[in-house]
Design a protein around this ligand. Structure first.
Ligand code: HEM
Ligand code: HEM
Length: 225
């Protein structure tokens, strides 16, 4: 196992062709999932006629602002942690110095970079928030009741690149090569999982809000928050 993980072929594969596979599946898969959902919604015939831009925007605005909805005000801790988790989860990998250097080396693409300490702190926020979600699922009876084994798997998939990235950055693990290989592999698994698992909520949240917001606003004449 040790030899397998440290082998140059595996490292080269994970750092080379597999990066292409991951990005193509992430981008292609995301486009496919969004287009096929829009197509099915069109075929259902009863969805588009009810859509209202006004109520879609009203709903989106309310759910994207922390504490705007009643449900968020009822659970302040969960709201703060959910927002922090998601902001750090998306912003950190995109603006990370270590990642930006790779884009620059390969494609000469340059953009903003977070100070290393800030990126490190944001990584820890993701890790501790995930720990909080895990404990909530284990401890809180009403959350445990609706928890499936797949919820734990998805949580692990989301947080694994952050745990391994943190260990790589601080060189905390005895073998740097193993950790980098594992980090890249987990990063690729996360990217591929986004369009094809429930992590696809990232792609669909605006559609969910458009539908729910329009249904409540234009049809039921009430609010969805
Ligand atoms: C797909 C290909 C990926 C490659 C080739 C890659 C490569 C790297 C490398 C080389 C580092 C170390 C940087 C350093 O030593 O300063 C790193 C750190 C990191 N990566 Fe990635 N990564 C990938 C995907 C991801 C993904 C998808 C995520 C998150 C969703 C992620 C999150 C992180 C974080 C948070 C750190 C740094 C942690 C810290 O500074 O404490 N990576 N990555
Ligand atoms: C911008 C796009 C995104 C939006 C609007 C969004 C929204 C949400 C919301 C509303 C929840 C429910 C929180 C609660 O229980 O109160 C949630 C949960 C979650 N999200 Fe996202 N999300 C996005 C992107 C992502 C991405 C990219 C990932 C991972 C790669 C992710 C991973 C998770 C996980 C693991 C949970 C469940 C936490 C738990 O176990 O309770 N999200 N998201």
């Amino acid at each position: 196992m040790y030899e397998f993980l440290t082998s140059l072929e595996l490292y080269n594969f994970v750092k080379g062709p597999m990066v292409w596979v991951a990005f193509i599946m992430f981008i292609g898969g995301s486009i496919y999932r969004i287009v096929s959902l829009l197509y099915r919604a069109k075929k259902a015939k009863v969805i588009y006629p009810y859509m209202s831009l006004k109520y879609t925007l009203r709903s989106l605005l309310h759910w994207i602002i922390p504490f705007a909805s009643t449900n968020m005000r009822k659970r302040p801790w969960i709201t703060v942690i959910t927002f922090l988790f998601h902001i750090c989860l998306i912003v950190t990998p995109v603006f990370l110095l270590g990642h930006n250097m790779l884009w620059r080396e390969s494609w000469n693409i340059k953009w903003w970079t977070l100070p290393e300490r800030v990126a490190d702190a944001m990584t820890l926020i993701v890790i501790f928030s995930a720990l909080f979600f895990l404990l909530r699922r284990l401890i809180s009876p009403e959350v445990r009741f609706v928890t499936f084994p797949s919820d734990y798997v998805l949580l692990i998939i989301a947080v694994a690149p952050f745990i391994t990235g943190f260990l790589v950055f601080h060189q905390l693990f005895f073998d740097y090569d193993i950790m980098v290989t594992l980090h890249i592999l987990f990063g690729e698994i996360t990217l591929i999982a986004i369009p094809f698992t429930r992590l696809s909520h990232m792609l669909f949240f605006w559609l969910t809000r458009a539908y729910t917001g329009s249904d409540f606003g234009a049809v039921r004449h009430s609010r969805d928050y």
